[in-house]
Design a protein around this ligand. Structure first.
Ligand code: SER
Length: 586
């Protein structure tokens, strides 16, 4: 079975069982400034898991492109990937444990032809206030799974989510492929890392909402959220040794062999790093991310530059990334048509970044060698010098760390971060968080853009049409993007009035006030709210003088003066009856 065969088989199986197929969402999350990337199929569905009605109904299925950057340094081994695809099916307040387990069992048995003897499953062992999930175990038993194939674990292993800092979550049942090697000891089970068990599917019984203070409250509707890693399953059903030995990577690795004149077996680590990073980069560029010093753009830059360095390890000289990207675009466009649509900008951006890096790499490496010579045998690189490599030569800190490690040197990330903050007042966006792996980017820049989004929402109502409502919002470290209902283009004079007004509000340095008030009071004060169903009795509102009042979880700047200059970069159509504005703050 190839990748497209697996995507089709999965989707069709669930369509036959009443599910609606939905397209993969962007890698850049809508409506969630607390994470950089879409990390799971459920992520774009958060509003619907919280009670919003989905146009596709209560049963959904898809394959979703995802990026997780927590393990970037691990990429190169047999299993880690930054970009991956997740097959998923959802029940939005419809079926629950029984049907979910039945669907999973039948798909594994009938579609993927996996014998139940090769499976092991887990369930939540319970904790104070949440009972042991014997119901799940009983459902598995009803399909003939024996007690010794069913394992109970605690929160660490059998609880999923939320995807960001807040959101829906719950206990899960995980399904493992047992590759029948011997148990490594009496306690060996699916939670063991010895290699006997490979996780293939995770069915989350989503019943709780975690708020920003860490409280769990029951959700209004009980959902099922499942996720199956496409690469792993493809590997398993084809009996491949690693994900890199599946058809997903054959074309990419083949192209790299051709460009380098080397064989994959000669240097598997370099081949894997380049393949993974260029796959992730091509998809990120396809979703409109551009290499930069901040946020998503910084991760993209880091991926491209790390790939470039390993390409030179393989002896691939010159500008070649586009050639690899072309293979990815051609192989993945059937499933992800945005790649074909955006291929011109993907190629021009990847080439520009590669050229830029080549120019600085040589100079930077010379400087790096000098630094080693100047270090006087301390085995520690000075933070100021490491910062210079970043600032002047565009070396991501991780690259310097890797180069240093090769020579047995240490780099103090803390020292670097301090300099980074001192020197880069303006581009501070989430540096610490980004280095930690791309999560939790509630950075200064995105916070400013978040408050600016509230001002834009208010100004559009005031100067363009009082009936305007937010249809979508997306914030990266560089810009905000705001979608709203309107049947016509916004005239240039209107845009200017909106922009001028927002800059006046910024200049007036109006405090942004957060209050917790009753839902009724919020309504009486005409607070704007997008997904009102998710809020309980008491809601949090942010108000900005008499300019704006919105239901919102934050975070926001303390007063508008912190935002800086607001500029509308673009106004365009987004969908029928929906306009889109992109804006920046400087
Ligand atoms: N959200 C769960 C996961 O990522 C199931 O899709 O594993």
């Amino acid at each position: 079975m190839d990748a497209q065969g697996l995507r089709d088989a999965y989707v069709n199986f669930f369509i036959e069982r009443g599910h609606t197929y939905i397209r993969s969402a962007s890698l850049i999350p809508e409506n969630d400034p607390t994470v950089l990337f879409t990390t799971a199929g459920m992520h774009p569905l958060v509003p619907y898991l919280l009670g919003e009605k989905h146009p596709g109904g209560k049963r959904l299925v898809n394959f979703q492109k995802c990026i997780r950057t927590g393990d970037i340094e691990e990429v190169g081994d047999a299993t880690h990937l930054t970009f991956f695809e997740m097959l998923g099916n959802w029940s939005l307040g419809d079926y629950f444990k029984k049907e979910s387990i039945e669907f999973s069992f039948d798909l594994l048995k009938d579609v993927l032809k996996i014998d139940k003897e090769q499976l092991a499953v887990t369930a939540f062992e319970g904790e104070k206030g949440i009972p042991k999930d014997t119901e799940t175990a009983e459902h598995w038993k009803s399909h003939g799974m024996r007690e010794d194939q069913i394992f109970f674990y605690g929160r660490k292993d059998n609880w999923w989510g939320p995807a960001g800092q807040t959101g829906p979550c719950g206990p899960d049942t995980e399904i493992f492929f047992d590759n029948s090697q011997k148990k490594c000891g009496p306690a060996c089970g699916p939670a063991c890392k010895c290699g006997k068990y490979t996780e293939i599917w995770n069915n989350v019984f989503m019943q709780y909402f975690k708020d920003k203070d860490g409280n769990f409250t029951p959700l209004k509707q009980k959902n099922v959220d499942t996720g199956m890693g496409l690469e792993r399953v493809l590997c398993m059903v084809n009996g491949a040794k690693t994900v890199y030995d599946t058809s997903l990577f054959a074309g990419i690795i083949g192209k790299l062999e051709e460009l380098s004149g080397k064989k994959y077996q000669d240097d598997m680590r370099s081949f894997r790093i380049i393949s993974d990073h260029l796959r992730a980069s091509t998809f990120l560029l396809g979703d409109g991310v551009v290499p930069s010093k901040m946020g998503q753009g910084y991760i993209l830059r880091r991926l491209i530059r790390r790939a470039s360095r390993y390409m030179s390890n393989l002896g691939i000289e010159g500008v070649n990334m586009q050639k690899v990207s072309e293979v990815i675009v051609s192989e993945y466009s059937a499933a992800y048509p945005e790649l074909e649509k955006n291929k011109d900008s993907i190629y021009s951006q990847i080439t520009a970044e590669e050229e830029k890096f080549h120019k600085t790499l040589r100079k930077g490496l010379r400087r790096f060698d000098e630094m080693i010579a100047e270090s006087g045998g301390t085995k520690q690189l000075d933070g100021e010098a490491v910062f210079r490599l970043y600032d002047t030569f565009g070396f991501p800190i991780e690259l310097t760390q890797e180069l240093a490690a090769e020579k047995g040197y240490n780099v103090s990330v803390e020292d670097f971060n301090n300099r980074f903050k001192e020197h880069q007042e303006k581009s501070r966006a989430g540096s610490d968080q980004v280095f930690k792996g791309g999560l939790a980017d509630a950075s200064e820049q995105t916070t400013k853009l978040h408050t600016a989004t509230h001002l834009l929402n208010a100004a559009l109502k005031k100067f363009v049409d009082p009936n305007i409502q937010q249809k979508g919002s997306n914030i990266t470290a560089e810009r905000l993007r705001f979608d709203f209902n309107l049947d016509r283009k916004v005239e240039p004079e209107e845009l200017k009035a909106v922009e001028d007004y927002i800059n006046e509000v910024i200049k007036a340095n109006i405090p942004v006030v957060c209050e917790e008030i009753s839902y009724e009071e919020a309504k009486a004060r005409c607070a704007v709210g997008v997904f009102q169903e998710k809020y309980g009795e008491v809601v949090k509102v942010y108000s900005i003088g008499n300019v704006s009042i919105e239901l919102c979880g934050g975070p926001h700047v303390r007063s508008t003066g912190e935002i800086g200059r607001f500029r509308i970069a673009k106004e365009e159509s987004s969908a029928a009856g929906v306009r889109r504005i992109k804006a920046t703050v400087e």
